[in-house]
Structures are given as structure tokens and as C-alpha cells.
Design a protein around this ligand. Structure first.
Ligand SMILES: *Cc1c(COP(=O)(O)O)cnc(C)c1O
Length: 461
């Protein structure tokens, strides 16, 4: 069969399995009641298919597990550090590496080094931990993503792109000397895993060079972004994933990385840099927050697993199967007429709860309700991304009413089969058929901070 016609089938077979508890509806009713109808509070053992997040939930290969056995747990100069450094240099192309326990460790360090009080840090939509570290360092985040990113059905192929006019407006308003760097997320998590084009990266680089502004990539899902460029951008069809990845990174000065996503591990991250001076400072700071600069909060074995994960993650057949699985679920739901965010992103499918349950007002928590019903239906765990996650306005005390009211179905890498995907689609199909009977929620307990993690709900009569 020709390469073109092959489906997204997985380039691996299963050697070890983790047995799951199959629950009855009665058991799920009980588990959900105990969890106050909040999927974050359900015990993992009561979940059949866990689509809460793709972070650290990946399945490692036998090669990665073998690497765990050759962990060099020396305090300083572990050989696994040098392996990881070599892989980052080879595939991402940066000169210097500072390992960190996960992505936010790298974000903390780069924010502390580059941001001064009163600075502005533009970015293509915020990410929770990234923005928080920028603010803690004294900066203000400014969103410069294109408008299409905020529209759940706009078919733009690169909805993660930076709007250069918005960036230019910020530069004119506050002055380039107040902007230490721009963060570019590739892909953009909060926009639904939407990619950035190479053309846009090139333009941003050119603009920033003219104004002496650094470019820092959030490279957490850069390999998924590279795959979308290969698929959708003129001139890249015949380029390999490593070639595209290298070119993407070449338009930046540094990258923060959460290995828990693209790199097929359960823990790990890094900061990668090209400037010696910044590297020197990062090497100093990492000792304060994470650990010595040759382990950064990781065991030697974790660095080895991540080094090997890089080599596996850039394989075309891997990334095609990974994104192919997400696309498969998205396309089947579209065929069934189920409202989802389009185009389907790299790591998740988002159900549009406002359109799914139009009879519920937003303060009856449609996405929270839908996530709870999906769990009852078949033990599948998803996450609310809507009014509960948005929180309240500190001044008025009212809920924020975000435009998008979504349920996120996030896919761990190499974990679930196509039959699991079919169970998911069938479950959503049957919920959709009886959507008119679904009643909303009222909130019975509301924590002060990040309420979505621990809030509790009751079904309305
Ligand atoms: C997960 C994530 C981070 C933070 O990484 P952690 O490993 O969870 O600390 C940063 N940026 C993006 C885009 C992410 O998805």
C-alpha cells in the first residue's frame, strides 16, 4: 500500500497493559455524587477512559523504560544529562540546555531573568502557568493572537498566529524597551491546540529583530505544530518533521518546554537557550529553584527517558498517529452533527456545550453538566473549560461569562485504542440524542481560588 493511503494506525504494538476497573452505572452515580459532580474530584480508579489531560499521562516505550534502568544518579554531571543535551541540540537546535522538573520551572527562570517590574510580555493567547510567572516577575501579559483564534468555528488553518498589527500597536504604545520578549506558543493550548505557521514565525522574528525584542518559544507541543505545518503550509510537504522543527526554533532565542506533552514522558522539562549570558544566569538560578544545572529537579533516569522520548516523538509515523487519533474522533463527531470547536486541534477535541445544551443558561453550568453526564454514561472523564474555570470578577463578585463554554477531551499519547475512541463517540452520540432531558447544575461549594478544581455541584430539579 502506498504511504498516502495508509490510515493513522499506530506504529507500535502493546506489550504491557494496565487493567481498568469496569464500573456499572450505579457505581458511577455513587462516585460522581461523592465527587460533587466535579470530574476533578473523581478517583482515577473509578475512571474508564481518562481524557482529563495529555500532561504526563503518556505511555513510554520499551526503549524509554530500558533507559530508566541506565539512569546515572550522580549528583553532578550525570551521563543522562549529556544525552539529553545532545538530543535537544540535535532536534531543537539550541546551544544550551537547563533541565527543569517540568515546564513551569523553565518559565519561572526565564521570567525572573528577562522581565523587569513594569515590563510587558506579549504572547499568542495566555497559558495559565506562563502568564502567572510573567506576572510574578513584575510583567504584564498582553494577548496578540489573531482574532480568528477566539471564534470556535472559524476554519483558519493557523489559528495560533500572532497578529503583527496588535504587536506593533503594543510596541508603539509602551515602547520596545519595555518589552523584553514575546512568548509564542506552538501549538496554542488555550485556543484548542491550534498551530502557528512558519510564515508567521518568520515575520514575528523579523519584526522583533528590528525592535530588539527576544522571541521565546513555548515549545511544549512544537512537534505537533511541525506536523500541521507539513500538512497545511506551502513548501513544507516534502520536509521532514525534524527539519521543520529546527526551522521553527531557529526563529527564536530560547524555548521553555514541558516534556510531559510532546516528549512522551510522565515528568520533565527544560529551558533551552542560544545566548551565553542568559544561559549563565539560568544556570545560577536553576540551583535555587530546581537543583544543580545538570539535573534540574530530575532523576538521571527521567532525563534519559526524555532524551529517548525526543527521538521517538519526531518520527513522522508517531506524530501522524497521535494527531490522527484526535482528528478521527473530531471527524466522527462532526459527521454526527455534534457541535465541536473547528478545526480540530493537535491534542484535544472540544465539545461546544452552549450549542450542545442550548436550553441551559450559562450560570447553570452547561459544560460542567455535560462532563458529568459523559462520566455517568460510560466512565469517561473530561474537563470543563467554561464559566466555572473562568471564575469571578474580583470587583463585582459576578461570574465571568466567557464566550466559549467547552468540554475538553484531551488525548494522552499512545494510551488508548481506536475502540476506546469509538466508545467515546458512541457515548457522546447517545448524550446528544437525549440532550433535551439533561438538567443543569447549581454550585453548592465554591473555593476562593481556581474554583474549577474543587467546586461542588447539585443537579437542578
Ligand atoms: C503544560 C503546559 C505548560 C506548563 O508545563 P508543566 O510541565 O505543566 O509545568 C506550559 N505551556 C503549555 C502550552 C502547556 O501545555
Amino acid at each position: 500500500m502506498s504511504q498516502k493511503k495508509r490510515s493513522w494506525a499506530e506504529p507500535y504494538k502493546i506489550k504491557t497493559v494496565e487493567l481498568l476497573k469496569m464500573t456499572t452505572r450505579e457505581e458511577r452515580v455513587r462516585a460522581l455524587a461523592e465527587a460533587g459532580n466535579n470530574t476533578f474530584l473523581i478517583k482515577s480508579e473509578d475512571v474508564y477512559i481518562d481524557l482529563l489531560t495529555d500532561s504526563g499521562t503518556n505511555a513510554m516505550s520499551d526503549v524509554q523504560w530500558a533507559g530508566m534502568m541506565i539512569g546515572d544518579e550522580a549528583y553532578a554531571g550525570s551521563k543522562n544529562f549529556y544525552n539529553l543535551e545532545e538530543m535537544v541540540q540535535k532536534y531543537y537546535g539550541y546551544k544550551y540546555l537547563v533541565p527543569t522538573h517540568q515546564g513551569r520551572g523553565a518559565e519561572n527562570i526565564i521570567s525572573q531573568i528577562l522581565i523587569k517590574k513594569g515590563d510587558y510580555v506579549p504572547g499568542n493567547m495566555y497559558f495559565t502557568t506562563t502568564r502567572l510567572h510573567q506576572e510574578l516577575a513584575g510583567g504584564s501579559f498582553v494577548d496578540v493572537i489573531i482574532d480568528e483564534a477566539h471564534d470556535s468555528t472559524h476554519p483558519h488553518p493557523f489559528k495560533g498566529n500572532v497578529d503583527l498589527n496588535k504587536l506593533d500597536a503594543l510596541v508603539k504604545k509602551v515602547g520596545a524597551e519595555k518589552i523584553p520578549y514575546i512568548t509564542i506558543g506552538v501549538t496554542v493550548n488555550m485556543a484548542g491546540g491550534q498551530p502557528v505557521s512558519m510564515e508567521n514565525l518568520r515575520q514575528v522574528r523579523k519584526y522583533c529583530q528590528q525592535h530588539k525584542i527576544r522571541v521565546v518559544l513555548d515549545a511544549t507541543r512544537a512537534i505537533e505544530n511541525a506536523y500541521f505545518i507539513k500538512l497545511r503550509e506551502n513548501g513544507y510537504t516534502d520536509k521532514t518533521i525534524p527539519e521543520i522543527l529546527r526551522e521553527m526554533c531557529s526563529y527564536s532565542d530560547a524555548a521553555t518546554m514541558s516534556g510531559k506533552k510532546d516528549l512522551l514522558v510522565n515528568i520533565g522539562g527544560f529551558l533551552a537557550l542560544n545566548e551565553w549570558d542568559v544561559f549563565e544566569e539560568a544556570r545560577n538560578l536553576v540551583v535555587v529553584y530546581e537543583g544543580l544545572h545538570t539535573y534540574g529537579g530530575l532523576a538521571g533516569r527521567d532525563m534519559e527517558a526524555m532524551a529517548r522520548g525526543i527521538e521517538e516523538a519526531v518520527q513522522y509515523d508517531h506524530i501522524k498517529a497521535r494527531i490522527g487519533q484526535v482528528e478521527y474522533v473530531g471527524q466522527r463527531l462532526i459527521e454526527l452533527g455534534v457541535p465541536i470547536v473547528q478545526p480540530v486541534g493537535g491534542h484535544a477535541v472540544f465539545l461546544d456545550a452552549k450549542k450542545f445544551l442550548p436550553h441551559l443558561k450559562q450560570d447553570q453550568f452547561p459544560a460542567q453538566t455535560l462532563a458529568a453526564e459523559l462520566y455517568l454514561e460510560s466512565g469517561i472523564r473530561a474537563m470543563e473549560r467554561g464559566i466555572v474555570s473562568a471564575g469571578r470578577n474580583k470587583e463585582t463578585g459576578d461570574h465571568y461569562y466567557p464566550k466559549l463554554e467547552l468540554v475538553r477531551l484531551t488525548f494522552p499519547r499512545r494510551v488508548y485504542t481506536q475502540a476506546h475512541c469509538d466508545v467515546l463517540v458512541e457515548s457522546i452520540e447517545s448524550l446528544y440524542a437525549r440532550r433535551n432531558e439533561i438538567k443543569g447544575f447549581k454550585m453548592t461549594y465554591e473555593p476562593k481560588y481556581l474554583r474549577f478544581f474543587q467546586a461542588r455541584f447539585e443537579q437542578l430539579k
